[in-house]
Design a protein around this ligand. Structure first.
Ligand code: MN3
Length: 244
């Protein structure tokens, strides 16, 4: 039996010439986030979990040529246009592909310590302080029941930063909000090292947050909020699942 990562790797050459969605490479070695997240967890998380969402999505879309031209993000935002028979599977697998593609970029082995510039000002404006924002984000992750995600996102109607949680692989873009930072609260993200101690994982995660990525997403978020996902976001230009 071929595992999911190998299946995706074997598929990559032909996928680059076809409609198929692609597993984006991790932007660092799996062990690069140690001791905060262990290498085995990162390798499994990327090479097996994320890879399987990509492989499943490609397999589901095999029989739906009209959906193959769409990005994974478009699919998550237009589930009503997806045939009922495959809607739940698309929601899970396109969502998993999109969310993980962003997650890898929200972490870094050289994280830069703290938010700065316009993002820091906006966090202080909307949460009173960076420390308070971190406490609220962590608490939202602790309170999330079951598997899901915690987000810092810019409100769709003009800019307030807010913390959102979503279950499964849903994302707050479906409500028009623009993601700035995200963390994965599925057990597969931390269980090997932290077991049932989700709080310890959420605390440790602050040591590897990629604030540069968050700052750059924040700077682009004005334009993202106005973006026409129906048009630009709908094209299959981004097969690696990355939210622009
Ligand atoms: Mn995950």
């Amino acid at each position: 039996m071929i595992d999911a990562a190998r299946a995706v790797a074997l598929d990559t050459a032909s996928a680059q010439r076809s409609w198929k969605h692609l597993l984006p490479p991790l932007p660092y070695r799996p062990a690069a986030l140690e001791p905060y997240i262990d290498g085995r967890t990162m390798a499994l998380h990327h090479d097996k979990h994320h890879a399987s969402y990509v492989a499943n999505l490609n397999s589901i879309l095999e029989d739906y040529p009209e959906l193959r031209e769409r990005s994974a993000l478009w699919l998550t935002l237009h589930l009503g246009d997806v045939p009922k028979k495959i809607r739940t599977a698309v929601r899970h697998n396109a969502g998993g592909h999109v969310n993980h593609s962003l997650l890898w970029r929200c972490m870094s082995p050289a994280p830069g310590g703290a938010p700065c510039g316009a993002l820091a000002h906006a966090i202080e404006r909307d949460f009173e302080s960076i420390e308070r924002f971190k406490r609220e984000f962590t608490a939202a992750g602790e309170a999330l029941f079951g598997s899901g995600w915690i987000w810092l996102a810019r409100h769709g109607d003009g800019g307030r930063l807010e913390i959102y949680t979503t279950s499964g692989h849903d994302n707050p873009m479906a409500q028009g909000h623009v993601p700035i930072l995200v963390n994965d609260v599925w057990e597969h993200a931390y269980y090997l090292k932290y077991e049932n101690r989700r709080s310890d994982y959420l605390q440790a995660w602050w040591s590897i947050v990629n604030w540069e990525e968050a700052a750059s997403r924040f700077e682009r978020s004005d334009r993202s909020a106005e973006r026409d996902w129906e048009g630009e976001g709908g094209l299959l230009a981004e097969r690696r699942g990355v939210i622009p």
